[in-house]
Ligand binder design. Structure first.
Ligand code: USQ
Length: 381
């Protein structure tokens, strides 16, 4: 099967490429390094740096993988259209979006860059696939944050509504709390519109905050690490907490810490991607799956880390700081996540061992940690 991965240099893109390459898929990796450029502009860096795709791909192909790469900018339609027409993918995994809520809230330029990059890439992909004149499954990484924190159960993508004696099925209401998350809502809407217009095949994976690293011998031996971010803009909460804990800094719980999210280990994210590849919707249909395995409040997460790391003699301090974001801190949260399990996902739960494994990885590269980039400076209002 020929698979194109947009955003193949990133935290999820690169491990996905390694995973699928060793499973024998024929891959085309695409990235224009926008995230690297922004990280360097805002003086942020990942825990361990890694080479660009040319080097990474040549190492994969030395191991008999079938992988090519291109560093085109997907916001330029001509480039993406040409690449799709020549590679003729059976599926495209679309990660090529700016993923940071804090980045999108810095100011006008950052909000526009997020909106423009994310929507233009999605629209260009839709039209490139339409021009291909062949069935091609778009697998788009969405986000649980599109739903926000409604006072009712969160369904998987769709909801049946009964109104004045009649009923119909609609997309579940979406109400995000950052411009980034709002750009993902607009993405979903675009895809759903064109599924109806062009009979496309789309899977939208509504992922919660992802954490951890892919333990992979090939990546380890060749120093081709995940881009594990821990800074205030590009790091997600669990990865940040582990870095704070291992450098003896207090875990920064924003506000009351009662905000609940659905979390997922990066290893499970890769399993979900393969399940999506193997279970495409019919033409003119859109699968929407909630991609998380467990729900916790930020406080519960912080205490889990404290408890686990005590076992390796790390004393964790937890502190509550003024919430730099505008989000509900006390709310109902009950999101469904049965679909991926029904397809075969066996969740990797956040056990003490899993937390310790991530901490041991971080400890190995402790000398690289820049403490000055951790504390939140970006405020929503
Ligand atoms: N939080 C803290 N302390 C921190 C950092 C975050 O308490 O030091 C809190 C936040 O206030 C929030 C929760 O932890 O309530 C999650 O924050 P996050 O930064 O881990 O996640 P978020 O900004 O929502 O975005 C991340 C990814 C994004 C993905 C999303 C899934 O950056 O790409 O779409 O997780 S979800 O949150 O379900 O929308």
């Amino acid at each position: 099967m020929k698979i194109m991965i947009l955003g193949a240099d990133g935290y999820l893109g690169w491990p996905t490429a390694v995973d699928l390459a060793f499973k024998g898929y024929n891959l085309m990796l695409v990235d224009n390094y926008l995230k690297r450029k922004l990280m360097s502009k805002y003086k942020k860096k990942p825990l361990v740096s890694s080479p660009k795709l040319n080097k990474k791909v040549s190492l994969l192909n030395k191991r008999k993988c079938n992988v090519d790469y291109s560093n085109i900018d997907c916001t330029k339609f001509i480039n993406l259209n040409k690449l799709v027409a020549s590679f003729k993918p059976d599926a495209v995994i679309h990660y090529a979006e700016l993923p940071s809520a804090p980045y999108s809230m810095i100011g006008y330029d950052e909000s526009w860059t997020t909106l423009q990059n994310n929507l233009q890439t999605t629209l260009n992909l839709i039209w490139s696939i339409k021009n291909l004149k062949k069935s091609c499954h778009i697998i788009k990484l969405g986000t649980m944050g599109e739903y926000g924190t409604p006072n009712i159960d969160i369904e998987e993508g769709w909801i049946n509504i009964k109104h004045n004696g009649r009923k119909d099925k609609f997309m579940y209401p979406r109400q995000a709390s950052s411009l980034y998350h709002t750009s993902k809502i607009m993405d979903t809407d675009l895809l759903w519109f064109y599924v109806r217009m062009f009979q496309m095949q789309v899977t939208d994976l509504m992922q919660g905050p992802v954490y951890g690293i892919l333990e992979n011998e090939f990546m380890e031996i060749n120093n081709l690490h995940n881009t594990y971010s821990y800074d205030e803009i590009f790091g997600t909460v669990l990865n940040r907490f582990i870095v704070q804990a291992t450098t003896k800094q207090p875990l920064t719980v924003y506000g009351s810490g009662n905000q609940i999210r659905g979390y997922i280990n990066i290893k499970d994210c890769l399993k979900c991607i393969e399940l999506a590849i193997k279970n495409p919707p019919d033409n003119g249909d859109m699968n929407i799956y909630n991609q998380f395995t467990e729900q916790f409040s930020v406080n519960q997460l912080a205490y889990k880390i404290k408890k686990a790391l005590k076992k390796i003699d790390i004393d964790v301090v937890i502190t509550k700081i003024n919430n730099p974001r505008k989000e509900k801190e006390k709310h109902y949260y009950n999101a469904k996540n049965n679909s991926l399990m029904k397809l075969g996902l066996k969740p990797t739960l956040l056990t003490n061992d899993e937390i310790i494994k991530i901490a041991q990885y971080v400890l190995k590269y402790k000398k690289n940690i820049d403490k000055s980039i951790i504390n939140p400076k970006t405020k929503w209002v």
